[in-house]
Design a protein around this ligand. Structure first.
Ligand SMILES: Cc1ncc(COP(=O)(O)O)c(C=O)c1O
Ligand SMILES: Nc1c(O)cccc1C(=O)C[C@H](N)C(=O)O
Length: 403
């Protein structure tokens, strides 16, 4: 297909896009920003809201803001705003800490739950292709709990489950290839083996329906700076299914997870509910930036986001196939919709150099070592004309001598 055919298609798709008005709610320029799976763009509303938090809530109300501006309860209140986006009823998500820290809390608490029910299970199964931090934390959690770590690919998980399996830690989408893993099927398989599952939703929350409650997920964690646009280092979250909360024995019990934080008692008594997932003083500035960023979801259905995400990634692959000489890149992301997150990963030997030159030309994606060009598609602000332009710049760059 010719450039002009694909440009015409892009224009038609943009005109028909029910989410097209959302782009205006973000601070963007001429750059084709395909890196929302690393750091989401800035929602305009965040600027004035954070300015108010600083100047009025902190500057004028000072300590009174813990109550009067709702600072103290922000972790669970904002957790309840994220909940519908990941298919959770209220009261099961708290926001705070980093994803890495929440992986630790979830894994160790899950092993403790299994052990507390009297079972001598001693294996933690972990996705061998995981984003590294999850793997490092799982190794440490295994050492601390006396478990053996079993690293396998998600496809191999059903084959290693057994009477020794305590907990399985999985990524909903692979950060490198963009492959979407079968959350309902793997969750059911883990449960059939009598174990618990922890899902890392970093690359799917805000990009596609997750269905935590519907699929009976035990525990989940995720970051908020990618598709939820919370900003650099915005706090992560932890989901603890309602019926497991009474048994959630946090390995990081802090005064914020205490039943009576201001009782200042030496003995720890866990609070009821998801609040148990909290640890210490919440990072209010980042947290309230995230709170404001979540306003862009008003009136948006996650199903519409998913439909556009699939259309964007399909169209990107079509444009790459049409523009890039055959054999110059391999598409690593599965073609099947059921196996695709919201990114397209292309393999190219000179990926590092190619991405550097793309960024210079205003097409921003990620290079992931050793040879992956990674393009993330955030349906709230990426359009089809962006996709066509990115593929054109990519094709020209791949055709030029390395610089
Ligand atoms: C799947 C996954 N898990 C965890 C992380 C890291 O989490 P954090 O830096 O919030 O601890 C990332 C990205 O940074 C990620 O992609
Ligand atoms: N969290 C990041 C950061 O602080 C700096 C740069 C990138 C990131 C990322 O989120 C990387 C991302 N998780 C990935 O999938 O590669």
């Amino acid at each position: 297909m010719s450039d002009s055919d694909l440009q015409a298609q892009a224009a038609k798709k943009d005109a028909e896009d029910e989410l097209r008005g959302k782009r205006g709610e973000f601070v963007l320029d001429d750059t084709v920003y395909l890196d929302g799976n690393s750091l989401g763009a800035l929602p305009a509303v965040v600027q004035e809201r954070v300015a108010d938090v600083i100047s009025r809530q902190w500057g004028k109300l000072r300590i009174r803001s813990w109550d009067e501006s709702g600072w103290w309860t922000a972790p669970e209140r904002i957790g309840d705003r994220i909940a519908p986006l990941v298919g959770a009823a209220p009261g099961q998500i708290v926001v705070g800490d980093s994803t890495s820290v929440n992986v630790f809390k979830a894994l160790v608490a899950a092993v403790r739950m299994v052990r507390d029910s009297g079972e001598g299970r001693d294996e933690i199964v972990v996705d061998a292709t995981t984003f590294p931090t999850d793997g490092y934390i799982a190794q440490s959690a295994a050492r601390m709990t006396g478990c053996t770590l079993v690293p396998v690919t998600p496809a191999e998980v059903p084959g290693v489950l057994g009477p020794r399996t305590a907990v399985v830690l999985l990524n909903h989408a692979d950060y490198r290839t963009g492959r979407l893993h079968d959350l309902p099927g793997l969750t059911a398989a883990v449960h059939d083996a009598g174990a618990l599952v922890v899902w890392d939703l970093c690359h799917t929350a805000g990009a596609l329906p997750v269905g935590l409650d519907a699929h009976g997920v035990d525990l989940a964690v995720g970051c908020t700076y990618k598709y939820l646009n919370g900003g650099p280092g915005s706090p992560a979250y932890i989901y603890v299914r309602a019926d497991l909360q009474a048994r959630f024995d946090s390995p990081l019990p802090g005064w914020n997870s205490h039943a009576e934080p201001f009782g200042m008692r030496p003995e720890f008594e866990a609070a009821q509910g998801a609040v148990r997932g909290r640890v210490g003083t919440p990072d209010i500035l980042s947290m309230l930036a995230l709170d404001a960023a979540l306003d862009v979801w008003d009136g948006v259905s996650i199903e519409a986001v998913r439909a556009k995400s699939l259309a964007l990634t399909d169209f990107f692959v079509d444009c790459v196939t049409a523009y890039v000489p055959e054999g110059r890149v391999d598409v690593l992301t599965p073609a099947a919709h059921g196996q695709r997150g919201s990114q397209v990963a292309l393999r190219s030997e000179d990926a590092g150099d190619v991405m550097r030159r793309l960024v210079e030309q205003g097409v921003v994606g990620d290079f992931r070592a050793p040879d992956v060009l990674r393009f993330g598609f955030t349906p709230l602000y990426v359009g089809f004309a962006d996709v066509e332009r990115a593929a054109g710049v990519l094709a020209r760059t791949l055709g030029e001598p390395a610089g």
